[in-house]
Design a protein around this ligand. Structure first.
Ligand code: C5P
Length: 236
């Protein structure tokens, strides 16, 4: 089996979808050197977790702020400017053209890369119909990817099932981040479009977001190490 190095390790982004700062800090401590990249989303950010982003960056970790911004352009710009000061590597917005344009214009010199969320991985065609969309998942993802590329967004969050197709559309330089990752045999939870870590990397994903398969595991460090080893093997 291939030996994992930091370039394999940093392709794993652990979602800290945890209820408070104390529990999140304990998880980061437990994961130690096994994990170099963390995602802070709604649950932790709205429970006082944003200062952890700054602390993690100070400790040499990378941070993905997953607040999926979407509002009028002026408000999106203000949010991107404020979040840009945290030192994060990635920040998500929903893939609506106005929102993406405002975010790209506002990232300025902060160094934060804007990722657009095409279609949430918990959505299938029936969910999109329920939400009033005329396009199915595949067509909507493709249309939004083309818009993101034209606007100058840095990367996309997409289902691993879409990664190979999207790589063909957006070319080699755009970052593709895929949640909906489940090691073989793991519970799918509420995700509907899932793939194993090795298959997602082989499909062209640049980074994998993994939450519950690590944070709810009996041994989170071991679960993270196993995923990094799978990433290394897929890249070897
Ligand atoms: O626990 P699990 O591995 O399912 O966590 C996946 C993470 O990725 C969650 O934080 C979720 O909000 C996020 N995400 C997603 N689908 C997207 C974008 C983000 O599941 N399209």
């Amino acid at each position: 089996m291939a030996d994992a190095d930091s370039s394999d390790r940093d392709r794993l982004i652990v979602a800290l979808d945890l209820p408070d700062l104390r529990i999140a800090e304990a998880m980061v401590d437990r994961l130690g050197d096994s994990v170099g990249f963390y995602k802070i989303g709604y649950q932790l950010a709205y429970a006082g977790g944003l200062p952890l982003a700054r602390a993690l960056v100070g400790a040499g970790k990378k941070v993905f702020i997953d607040l999926k911004l979407h509002d009028i352009g002026n408000t999106v710009s203000g949010g991107v400017e404020s979040l840009g000061h945290l030192g994060a590597t990635f920040l998500t917005v929903h893939a609506y053209p106005q929102t993406m344009k405002a975010a790209v214009a506002a990232r300025g010199s902060s160094g934060v890369k804007i990722l657009a969320v095409t279609v949430l991985t918990s959505y299938d065609d029936a969910d999109l119909r329920d939400a009033g969309y005329g396009l199915g998942v595949r067509d909507l993802v493709e249309a939004r990817a083309r818009q993101a590329l034209a606007i100058g967004v840095d990367g996309l969050v997409c289902s691993p099932e879409e990664a190979a197709h999207l790589r063909g559309i957006v070319g080699p330089d755009m970052v593709l981040v895929t949640p909906g990752i489940r090691p073989a045999g793991a519970a799918s939870d509420d995700q509907k479009r899932i793939m194993t870590p090795a298959k997602a990397i082989a499909a062209g994903a640049s980074y994998l977001v993994v939450g519950r398969p690590i944070t709810s595991a009996a041994d989170p460090k071991q679960a993270a190490d196993a995923i990094v080893a799978e990433i290394a093997q897929a890249r070897a």
